[in-house]
Structure formats: structure tokens, C-alpha cells
Design a protein. Sequence first.
Length: 207
Amino acid sequence: MNYDLFTPSGEHSRACHRIEMVDAEACLFPALFSECEAARLFAVLRRDILWRQEKIRLYGKVNPLPRLTAWYGDPGTTYRYSGITAEPTPWIPALLEIRARIEAVSGGRFNSVLLNLYRDGADSMAWHADDEPELGRNPVIGSVSFGQSRTLQLKHKREPANRRNIELPNGSYLLMQGAMQHHWLHQVAKSRRPLGERINLTYRKIL
């Protein structure tokens, strides 16, 4: 099912494509940001975000995450995931601009954002769900992508054969809500193909 929504400026419509999934609510805006907007915001974020190379302990070994990350948000929005404790860096204007756009079309309110920089096809994110306690029950996650298109792979926790692949192009916005994080896992797999840089932002609300 598709329907049209308008940006705050009202200049042109954006189609929201509902993704049919059991135990989940997901909606993709393939072009919420125009190509010009996406290029500008990518350049600003690549330059101005304080990117970090985090490390995680896995099977007794400490390894660098296969991507760069950053955590921004309101004061007090500490986030703990994968053994990492992230204290919020204050908002910058570009992050607030993006937040205002996605809040206008989804109606949600976000107080923090996790950024991931995928430098090439070797950078990835393993299977996981955004179900940390500080996100509360049935969290709303707003995922914005700039740069190289990558595929978000999903599989149902109880029925792993039940899978979905969602292509996330430049300027897209994926809204995930309902019980999705409780019932589905998602990942961004490595690729042997030569790929350009991608910045993904997942806006959240820390309770």
C-alpha cells in the first residue's frame, strides 16, 4: 500500500511504501530527501561528525567495529549497546534539520541519534535488534541513509526462514515501529563489490 505525504515546505510529495511484515510495522520513504539535499547533508556529516572507531569484545577477543560510529542527543541520553556505553555529543544543526524532516512525516519525537559510517563494502553491521531497555517497549526507530545504497536484511526471530531485504537508497527514510524490534533481527552484510561510502542515521528516543 502506498500513500503520499508532503514535506514541511509542501514543494513535492514523498511516497511512503508500507512493507508487509508479520509482527512489525515498517514504512519506507525512498526519496524523503532530494539528491541535492542528500549530497549536501552527506558532505556536512562526513566532515563535521566526531566519528569514533569503537571496539567490542567477542569470544574473548577485542576487535574494532567494522564501521565508524557516533552518538548525538539531548543531555542524559546515555545509550548502551554491544558492550559500549555512549555518552551523547551535543546536536549540530544538520542533525536537527534531518530530525525535523522525519518527525514532520512520521509524527514521532526523537531525542538521540546513532550514526554509522560504512566506508566501503568491507564495513558491515551484524545481526541484531534495537531492543535495549532504555528504548522501552515497541520503540520507534527512524533510519535515514545518505550515500551508497545498501541492503538491510531482516529475519524473524522465531521463524528465521521468514526474511526480507530492503534496499535503502540515497536520501531514503525507513520508519520502524510497533513490535518490530522484539520480533525481527536486521543486519547490513559485507559485500565484495566495490562500494562507496554510506552514512546511516538511526534516530531514537531514550526513556
